[in-house]
Design a protein. Structure first.
Length: 217
């Protein structure tokens, strides 16, 4: 029975496209062609109509779900942009207020713009980073402070684009990637940016570099 079920699963996944966009196209074609071939296959007019309605309902639901995904992403991106701009404006405003002769500590406390000495300033947080070779792998160490972790990025020295390696919540991050060319040492650059509640915070770390594969010379 397990073998039969597996075979059925393979057949069905081969028929129905997995990608939502491809599936919608496939369903639209089926809906149109069932009107042509339905009678030949023994369906009545009502059965053809009911089947087309069922197919269209699935198409509508898939498109609705995809639209909600896009709307959610747009809303999240807009929120991040708004937070960044507003926090930057407020920070500048607070700095100006604190230079005024009329400003007092009591006013700052009442407005909630005086951070506690041990409070984590996620807007100005900048990870401290270091790299070292251990066991032939690059260990990327960085400070978490009050963050949840950090996104680790790397690039070959001299290239403009960063490669996202992963989110690390328990430093160090261990880069296990092989050399791009076997037995040819390469210099890699690394950078980390803090993450809190699944969002990037603060400023990127300094860029550090290290030569990988020297021991193979």
């Amino acid at each position: 029975m397990k073998i039969i079920n597996k075979i059925i699963h393979i057949i069905l996944t081969a028929i129905f496209p997995r990608r939502e966009g491809d599936l919608v196209t496939w369903l639209a074609n089926l809906k149109a062609k069932i009107a042509i071939h339905g009678g030949t296959l023994g369906l009545t007019g009502q059965q053809i109509t009911d089947l087309q309605n069922e197919i269209q309902a699935l198409i509508d639901q898939i498109q609705l779900a995809e639209q909600k995904k896009m709307d959610a992403k747009e809303a999240t991106d807009l929120k991040k942009s708004k937070k960044k701009n507003t926090f930057a404006n407020l920070s500048n405003l607070f700095k100006n207020w604190k230079t005024l002769t009329a400003y007092t500590t009591d006013i700052g406390k009442d407005l909630g713009i005086i951070a506690l000495p041990d409070a984590f300033d996620e807007h100005n947080y900048k990870p401290k980073i270091s790299v070292a070779i251990e066991g032939g792998k690059v260990h990327v160490e960085f400070s978490k402070a009050g963050s949840d972790g950090g996104n680790v990025y790397s690039r070959p020295r001299g290239e403009p684009n960063w490669i996202f390696l992963g989110l690390e919540i328990h430093p160090p991050y261990v880069d296990t990637r092989p050399l791009r060319q076997p037995n040819v040492p390469e210099e890699r650059e690394y950078q980390v940016q803090g993450v809190k509640h699944d969002e990037l915070i603060g400023q990127p770390s300094e860029i550090v570099s290290i030569v990988v594969g020297q021991q193979q010379q």
